[in-house]
Design a protein around this ligand. Structure first.
Ligand SMILES: [Zn+2]
Ligand SMILES: [Zn+2]
Length: 382
């Protein structure tokens, strides 16, 4: 049976309050205090954790059963809001430009409903209001603090302005990209620019590397697998008449399949090292696997998706090239992840834009997803 939970003014007001008071990652102190008050005032006990920001709470059902988690991220971004919304950010230079206010409101609404119906639930639901998603380190900090205990499955959402409120995308395909940060340092023997033969130089090798690296996407990767390799910063040299000794570049790789991530690293190191060798200079590569691709557990995703049309509209997944640190929890449990439509109008602004607008109606879709996905996953794992 599907629950058609209806969201009232109280929760919309909560959303506006959260949107107006955004805080940056690991500094969500006011947000944390507000979330605690909204949980305890609805009879939900907050768990003690070593976390400085963020909240964990547990709703125990009337009967024993599986122990699952529901997660919302809570941080804002260093963006100056330019939406003109009546409930715009009151904190200068900080904005909920990724719509995490919608996730928090949705999870609060679901928590209120689950707590009110706990007697009919078999199992326990752990709520995580997670800090610092945007830093890429928030999920890891929760795991390191061992703040959740064992979970049989973990459910999360991200709002998505490509879809309208009332639309949900969930399935077995990858949803958010794996993300690598790379950095290359080149070490040559600097010399007078008029006497280049007296040394070596990093600049030509750097130019050659940047162009050759693009062939990983065009020649080594399947055209059916999305892949990005972008060099985004280059440095080397200060003056016009000196061949510098040092140069380098940094950038990012985005991919959806683990095998592609491994292939790119292999080819990347090969191109940089052999080009450096050909030019007679040294090179070192820093390769930071910042985030894994986010792919839900196929059995649970299929089960949850099967209910969606009864309370929202199920849409095909349009994968996002952005990363999401919820992937970190894949190391400890089975994941369920969905996009919840937040805008869907023509010409809407994307996540992280100063003009990003997520509609209030998103909260209703989010609450329905959290509640119905939780009930479905509890039944599947019983
Ligand atoms: Zn974001
Ligand atoms: Zn986000």
């Amino acid at each position: 049976m599907v629950e058609l939970v209806t969201v009232g003014d109280e929760l919309v007001n909560v959303r506006h309050r959260l949107h107006a008071h955004p805080e940056l990652g690991f500094r969500e102190f006011d947000t944390t205090a507000y979330l605690v008050s909204q949980l305890t005032s609805h009879g939900i006990t907050v768990a003690a954790t070593p976390m400085k920001t963020g909240v964990v709470a547990v709703i125990d059902g009337g009967r024993p059963g599986p122990r699952i988690g529901l997660r919302a991220d809570i941080d804002g971004l260093p963006v100056e809001e330019d939406t003109g919304l009546a409930f715009s950010s009151l904190n200068p230079g900080v904005m909920h430009a990724c719509g995490h206010d919608l996730h928090m409101s949705g999870l609060l609404g679901a928590a209120w409903w689950l707590a009110a119906h706990r007697d009919s639930i078999a199992g326990s639901v752990v709520l995580l209001f997670q800090p610092a998603e945007e830093t890429g380190r928030g999920a890891r900090s929760v795991i390191d603090a061992d703040a959740l205990g064992h979970l049989d499955a973990f459910i999360a959402i991200h709002n998505n302005p490509d879809y309208a409120p009332g639309e949900i995308a969930i399935g077995t395909e990858p949803m958010m990209a794996g993300c690598v940060k790379f950095s290359v340092g080149l070490h040559a023997e600097g010399t007078h620019a008029g006497y280049p033969h007296m040394g070596t130089g990093p600049i030509e090798a750097l130019a050659s590397m940047i162009l050759s690296l693009q062939t990983i996407v065009s020649r080594n990767s399947s055209p059916f697998h999305p892949l990005v390799l972008s060099v985004t910063a280059v440095h080397g040299g200060d003056v016009w008449n000196v061949v510098p000794a040092e140069a380098g570049f940094t950038g990012t790789v985005r991919y959806f399949h683990h095998s592609d991530g491994q292939m790119v690293e292999r080819r990347f190191r090969r191109i940089v090292e052999s080009t450096a060798h050909a030019y007679g200079i040294g090179a070192d590569v820093e390769w930071d696997d910042f985030q894994d691709p986010l792919v839900g557990d196929p059995d649970l995703a299929t089960a949850v998706a099967g209910d969606v049309d009864a309370y929202a509209r199920l849409r095909p997944i349009r994968p996002s090239m952005a990363g999401e640190d919820f992937c970190e929890f894949e190391r400890v449990t089975r994941l369920v992840f969905a996009f919840v439509g937040s805008n869907g109008t023509e010409g809407h602004h994307d996540w992280h834009s100063p003009q990003f607008v997520g509609f209030d109606a998103t909260v209703q879709t989010a609450v329905r997803f959290y509640v119905n996905a939780a009930l479905r996953v509890l039944r599947e794992l019983e």
